[in-house]
Write a protein that binds this ligand. Structure first.
Ligand SMILES: NC(=O)c1ccc[n+]([C@@H]2O[C@H](COP(=O)([O-])OP(=O)(O)OC[C@H]3O[C@@H](n4cnc5c(N)ncnc54)[C@H](O)[C@@H]3O)[C@@H](O)[C@H]2O)c1
Length: 445
């Protein structure tokens, strides 16, 4: 199938390379000429495991990038909209969605034949039918359901695991105004046999996406609230508490061979310094705001956000227990991205932690295996040293703060062993065995 993807960020580019891998002819469209040039020369503008190999394999063949949206629409049968939908403090900002809908509508004006326009961006229920569809109809002078289809196909990929998530999806949700739109989308996903496909209307598809993120964010804040209480009770460690909780038969499945298997949702029942990224905070805020606008206050989700906003400050509080003044205290920040295996810094808990520590006069070094370039942009002009490796970052520091769950940080105990002066280690992700560190503090203990 010939498909155009409008907006070539995380979602657009991953979708593009993966659909090319499945044999579709893909045109990625973006307004950012530098991004388009980079993609066409086989260099991914983002870090994502496996992305570069797939991009190099297909660029110039089944995959190309362009800034020419009108032509891309003319030459394809289906367009996916994958532009950003940031939260502006009151609601999701639909500026990009509206602009792209208008441009696609204009392109459809002169296009003979049927075309499906599918929203892949995360948008609140009612947006595809109530905002995208009328703009498309007005700009094209055509009628949805007759001349073109309008659908909603939410994306569930997790950054850091985006390629494998896309290539082996747990579900495919196809929303649409009619059967023709959904059938057109179904052809796009023919190469994913055995995957559960949900056919539904656009509003339900939109709601599935928000609900999926909201439930995971809720588990994280729940765990953090429990962790904070554990920390104030003597001799209770949230890791032990959660181990006891995880073994509940509701959270561990007894297999016929007698083995117990834990579904991955259990990994969200763990304490840390808070969730971040481009989705959870934005999507939960958007859902709370949407509830407000529908006179249905989302009290639980409002609390989920409040718990999360306060969680990074726990790290600084733990440091203060050991250093009454942080002025001149040398601190290494390990991990800057919001999660491992990505360079995405959006809403990373590292941002408020670094901000607060610099504000208190701490002297900071930092290291992240993938996000150093992004971090240099985020912390531009701020006195934080970006190191080339873990060893360099922790050299001669008074304290180490572990912010991101990168696997390679597990070697910290080995690196510190034998050092004459042991730094304090603040484990913001409960990644390291407590007893392997001389001076240990962690969330929830
Ligand atoms: N990042 C994720 O993990 C993830 C996962 C699931 C869903 N989503 C949702 O997918 C959507 C996209 O997210 P993202 O992280 O890929 O965003 P992003 O900011 O990385 O990418 C958006 C891209 O759209 C481009 N763009 C903006 N206006 C355009 C226009 N008029 N024409 C063409 N291109 C234009 C931008 O230049 C940018 O490259 C959002 O709604 C997000 O909530 C994201």
């Amino acid at each position: 199938m010939k498909v155009s993807i409008v907006g070539t960020g995380y979602v657009g580019l991953v979708t593009g390379v993966c659909l090319a891998e499945k044999g579709h002819q893909v045109t990625c469209v973006d307004v950012d000429q530098a991004k388009v040039d980079s993609i066409n020369s086989g260099i991914p503008p983002i870090y994502e495991r496996g992305l570069e190999d797939l991009l190099k394999k297909h660029i110039g063949g089944l995959l190309r990038a362009t800034t020419d949206l009108a032509r891309a629409v003319q030459e394809t049968d289906l367009s996916l909209i994958a532009v950003g939908t940031p939260f502006n403090g009151r609601e999701i900002d639909l500026t990009f969605i509206k602009a792209v809908s208008r441009e696609i509508g204009h392109a459809l004006r002169n296009k003979p034949g049927y075309h499906a326009v599918i929203v892949k961006s995360t948008v609140v229920p009612g947006t595809t039918d109530g905002v995208v569809r009328p703009i498309l109809e007005e700009a094209s002078g055509k009628k949805a359901g007759i001349d073109f289809g309008v659908g909603m196909n939410p994306e569930f990929l997790t950054e850091g695991e985006a390629i494998s998530d896309f290539m082996s999806p747990d579900r495919i949700v196809l929303g649409g105004i009619d059967k023709a739109t959904i059938d057109q989308q179904a052809s796009l996903y023919e190469g994913f046999p055995g995957v559960e496909v949900l056919r539904t209307n656009n509003k339900t598809a939109e709601m599935i996406k928000y609900t999926s993120n909201a439930v995971l964010a809720t588990l994280i804040s729940f765990s953090n609230e429990i962790a904070n209480l554990c920390a104030s009770i003597n001799d209770v460690d949230v890791v032990d508490v959660m181990r006891g909780v995880h073994t509940s038969r509701y959270l561990s499945v007894d297999m016929p061979d007698g083995k117990r298997v834990q579904p991955s949702i259990v990994s969200f029942l763990a304490a840390g310094c808070g969730f971040g990224g481009s989705c959870f905070p934005k999507d939960v805020k958007a859902l709370v705001a949407h509830g407000e606008s529908m006179a249905t206050p989302m009290r639980l989700l409002d609390s989920v956000l409040k718990v999360n906003e306060k969680q990074p400050a726990k790290i600084v509080q733990m440091l203060r227990k050991h250093f009454p003044s942080l002025r001149g205290v040398r601190v290494a920040i390990l991990g800057l991205a919001f999660r491992p295996d990505t360079n995405d810094m959006r809403e990373s808990p590292a941002i408020p932690i670094v901000g607060e520590l610099l504000g208190e006069g701490a002297v900071l070094t930092s290291y992240d295996p993938a996000a150093m370039e992004e971090a240099a942009k985020v912390f531009k002009g701020q006195p934080i040293v970006f190191c080339r490796g873990l060893e360099e970052a922790i050299k001669d520091v008074d304290a180490i703060v572990l912010v991101t769950r990168w696997d390679q940080f597990r070697k910290l105990p080995g690196l510190l062993k034998g050092q004459r002066v042991q730094p304090l280690v603040i484990d913001g992700r409960r990644l390291i065995e407590r007893s392997s560190i001389a001076r240990y503090e962690g969330i929830g203990v």
